[in-house]
Design a protein around this ligand. Structure first.
Ligand code: AMP
Ligand code: MG
Length: 420
């Protein structure tokens, strides 16, 4: 067969090219703020108010006029009681207000002394563990001007953008959106992804008992982590199962998959061997670029188009498939949803292992944190050994041809970040 030899492409180049193809999906939808975790905002969230709305107390205690307490030990009459959710009245000079956390500061007050530093005077017995309250209060400490007052607008000023378009929402972001009164948010719609695996050797768990597996058969593991990762990334997944290693079957499944999906994602069959039918099948229906990405594990990778759908073909070896998913498919899917800055962030950590025989390709080693803050290496780094990715809590991204010695600082990418 006359197949052109694909180019070896650096990972960064591959990612940059892939992201150019990942035009943001046009459709947006309104979702309840409750349901918006991990979705990507299609519009800025602008605050119609300031947060907090008014000056309020950071403590349970007494609000007072600073000028009324020239020294510790002064006693002031308590002229009002202000709980959170109620509004006080102007504080009369020479008096204090009993106040609780979150309650608005009364006009004229300019400091709050926490109750632990006050003593009720002329108190009646307290109930339910509440400090006793009296008609007057003694201040045992000298307050600072403005002490324990949370200022209006110190969190959010009116008219400010609290969350930018392109933000992938976190639980804290949902709270912030709610704090400016938003019950719903406008997000980019979920990408629709069709998924299938190729390979005559593949069997689904449950279809055949392990003891009855034919020689050469293996269970389909990739389908499970791919589907789980797609769901975590906010995609709607159509799982089209396993396609046998035949060109006609591959074309038929691909044709169906390309209808009504934004992305067709496959694994296996992406090399240029006789049993690899992805390339001719995609070429029969659309366009395809075969990329040999210069990373280990994970070399073969294909990007193409079938009709209106994007096509991505991942390698079959489980760890290659996982690593290329995390490094390329994940940023692609986040970009489709309009997320800005999709490149995973690495941190510098100490290698407590040696990597004396580096590959000519950039490598992604399965490692995990040890108790002394360094990284240990999984002993078997083969691209078929999925155990490494479960034992590990991330990848060391190590440059081509560079030896790692114990104590060296390396670039670490955590699985927690890469699969969130
Ligand atoms: P391929 O890319 O089709 O040549 O497959 C490379 C290796 O990955 C072979 O050993 C396959 O059996 C294995 N493989 C392919 N697809 C899967 C899958 N879905 N789950 C587990 N292993 C797979
Ligand atoms: Mg195969």
């Amino acid at each position: 067969m006359n197949t052109p030899r694909p180019l070896l492409k650096p990972l960064d180049t591959a990612l940059a090219e892939l992201l150019v193809f990942a035009q943001v999906l046009k459709d947006v939808e309104q979702v309840s703020t409750f349901d918006a975790d991990t979705r990507v905002l299609a519009q800025d969230v602008v605050s119609p108010l300031q947060v907090p709305p008014q000056d309020n107390s950071a403590m349970d205690g007494y609000a007072l006029r600073y000028a009324d307490i020239p020294r510790a030990g002064v006693v002031l009459p308590v002229s009002q009681r202000i709980a959170a959710g109620s509004a006080g009245t102007e504080l009369q000079p020479g008096t204090a207000a009993r106040i609780f956390t979150g309650a608005p500061i009364p006009g004229g007050a300019d400091a709050v002394v926490m109750q632990e530093n006050c003593e009720a005077v002329g108190a009646t017995a307290a109930s339910d563990g509440e400090p006793s309250q009296g008609p007057a209060v003694r201040f045992n400490t000298l307050p600072r001007l403005g002490q324990n007052i949370r200022r209006a607008g110190e969190d959010v000023s009116m008219g400010s953008v609290v969350l930018q378009r392109g933000t992938r929402l976190t639980p804290a972001a949902l709270g912030l959106a709610a704090s400016v009164g938003r019950p719903e948010l406008t997000v980019v719609r979920r990408p629709r992804v069709a998924l299938f695996s190729t390979g005559d050797e593949l069997v689904m768990p449950g279809d055949v008992a392990p003891r009855d597996m034919k020689p050469g058969a293996i269970f389909n593991s990739n389908r499970f982590f791919q589907r789980a990762l797609l769901v975590r990334l906010g995609c709607t997944v159509t799982d089209m199962g396993i396609v046998p290693d035949r060109l006609d079957a591959t074309i038929a499944t691909l044709r169906e998959a390309a209808l009504a999906h934004d992305l067709v994602l496959t694994c296996g069959g992406v090399s240029v061997g006789e049993e690899d039918h992805i390339r001719p099948a995609v070429l029969a229906l659309g366009q395809l670029d075969m990329w040999q990405i210069s990373i280990k594990p994970g070399k073969p990778f294909a990007y193409g188009r079938v009709g209106a759908a994007h096509f991505i073909g991942l390698p079959g070896n489980p760890v290659s498939s996982l690593v290329t998913f995390l490094l390329l498919v994940r940023p692609f899917l986040l970009s489709l949803q309009g997320m800005r800055d999709v490149t995973p962030r690495a941190v510098a950590l100490r290698a407590d292992f040696a990597w004396p025989r580096p590959d000519r390709r950039r490598e992604f080693l399965r490692v995990r944190h040890n108790a002394s803050g360094g990284l240990d290496l999984f002993p078997n780094q083969s691209s078929g050994v999925l155990t490494s990715a479960v034992w590990g809590d991330g990848l060391v991204d190590t440059p081509p041809g560079v030896v790692v010695a114990p104590g060296d600082m390396v670039r670490f990418l955590s699985f927690a970040d890469l699969s969130a």
